[in-house]
Design a protein. Structure first.
Length: 447
């Protein structure tokens, strides 16, 4: 992922409220009244466009809302798009979504302390880490709201952010879908396929722009198996992207590229919309492996594995970070959670406990409990709480039950995760150590 150290970005979206440690940091770093100098700021977008702005007298006091308004004006976005995008501070080690009243300069001053609190980075890595101001998707934007967007500039920004997450290895899709996305991307950026210029050698030099790192590794050195038959012969990626580019170019051969762009942005997003992790804030953690009694006592056997925890407005998704495959997706309607900070034991990491419904092979309904160990457990707890509260509020404000209409099968929302949060992901419970309980709360011991 991003950063020269090879460490992945850790996301610090804390929901609608700060935890106590963050509150103390903010109070500690209140800006001095005498800071009246102007301030040079670059607001970056995920399409790699930077907006240079000089904040005159007292620029250090500028809020995230002030910067948001500048970005909206400069990019010609609708004024009421604050539910779609947010101002973030982003670095190779950390990402932090700022609320409207937050002061980016103040938070940048606190960056080293945030990194100490919420990452496992080494001191020299932290000392080199510098945040930038980023204008990107609001984690509280629902999929239903995003699917209604038709503004080309908005679709362009959402496309570039989704592409970033695909290339960074956060959005793990089926192998054939990587090719589909690469073809769409090639048509957007290289325009129609030209056999004289779009050679396999050309694509080979650009593979890092189309596929995540784990797919570009030699087959023997990677674990990726999501949706793949292990016995099938694997084509070179440059062959696959060339074919995908050629095929989609044929479909759009009579279309003016400028007119086609909004539809292509949306087509790319439609692939990503199907997945439970789309639009998530990402956190890092560890979960315990499912190992046998004998193997578990052998020296050198790893008893846990690193995961990405993806949280969005609909639910939670756990991704095996090493093998690059989703292992669990649970909608909030089927989830209970609790936070154990382990404050009495400084040597123990905080734990997020996730309890969810499962139907056994005997057609019995039980609950499973998974422990996610993470230095960011408090932030995950806060974000889940905010998402659930917002979901309940939106449900209460929706059309009364008597006026509801059943969704027709051909409605576009049925294609995506709205109807079935887990439709593209098969839970792999056998990979994790889980406790099992009856619906009455009685623990079921493994046989």
């Amino acid at each position: 992922m991003a950063g020269s150290s090879g460490r992945s970005l850790q996301n610090m979206d804390m929901g609608d409220s700060m935890d106590e440690e963050t509150r103390r940091l903010v109070a500690k770093h209140q800006l001095e009244d005498g800071l009246n100098d102007s301030l040079e700021v670059v607001i970056w977008m995920r399409d790699r466009v930077g907006i240079h702005v000089t904040l005159e007298c007292g620029g250090h006091e500028a809020t995230a809302e002030d910067l948001f308004e500048v970005a909206v004006e400069q990019r010609g976005l609708p004024q009421d798009c604050d539910n779609i995008f947010s101002i973030w501070l982003v670095s190779p080690l950390l990402e932090l979504r700022l609320k409207k009243s937050h002061k980016p300069f103040q938070f940048a001053q606190m960056w080293d302390e945030f990194c100490v609190l919420y990452t496992d980075a080494k001191p020299d890595e932290i000392s080199r880490d510098e945040p930038v101001v980023m204008f990107q998707r609001n984690v509280f934007l629902t999929l239903e709201e995003e699917m209604k967007i038709s503004n080309e500039v908005m679709l362009n920004l959402l496309y570039h952010e989704a592409k970033f997450n695909v290339i960074e290895g956060r959005y793990v899709v089926q192998p054939e879908e990587y090719d589909q996305l690469a073809g769409i991307q090639a048509l957007i950026h290289l325009e129609h396929y030209n056999p004289s210029t779009h050679t396999q050698e050309h694509y080979k030099e650009e593979l890092h722009k189309f596929y995540p790192e784990f797919m570009r590794k030699p087959k023997s050195s990677r674990f990726f198996k999501f949706g793949r038959n292990e016995n099938e012969e694997e084509e070179l990626l440059e062959v696959r992207v060339q074919r995908a580019h050629r095929q989609i170019s044929e479909a759009y051969k009579d279309t003016d590229m400028k007119q086609a762009l909004p539809g292509l942005y949306r087509r790319y997003l439609e692939v990503c919309w199907q997945y439970a992790f789309y639009g998530s804030a990402f956190f890092e953690g560890k979960v315990q492996k499912q190992v046998g009694k004998i193997k578990g006592h052998l020296p050198g056997v790893e008893k846990d594995f690193e995961v990405l925890v993806a949280l969005n407005t609909d639910g939670i998704c756990i991704i095996d970070h090493l093998r690059e495959e989703p292992v669990l997706a649970v909608p909030y309607e089927e989830l209970s959670w609790a936070l154990d900070t382990n404050e009495e034991d400084e040597n123990r990491m905080a734990v997020l406990l996730l309890q969810f419904l499962v139907t056994t092979e005997e057609d019995e309904r039980v609950t499973k409990v998974l422990q996610v160990f993470s230095s960011q457990a408090k932030m995950m707890d806060a974000l889940i709480d905010s998402c659930v509260k917002r979901k309940l509020q939106q449900r209460d404000q929706s059309v009364p039950d008597g006026a509801r209409q059943e969704s027709s099968p051909d409605k576009p929302t049925q294609k995506y995760r709205n109807g079935n949060f887990c439709c593209k992901i098969t839970n792999k419970l056998e990979k994790m150590t889980l406790s099992t309980y009856t619906l009455k709360g009685e623990m079921i011991k493994p046989s």
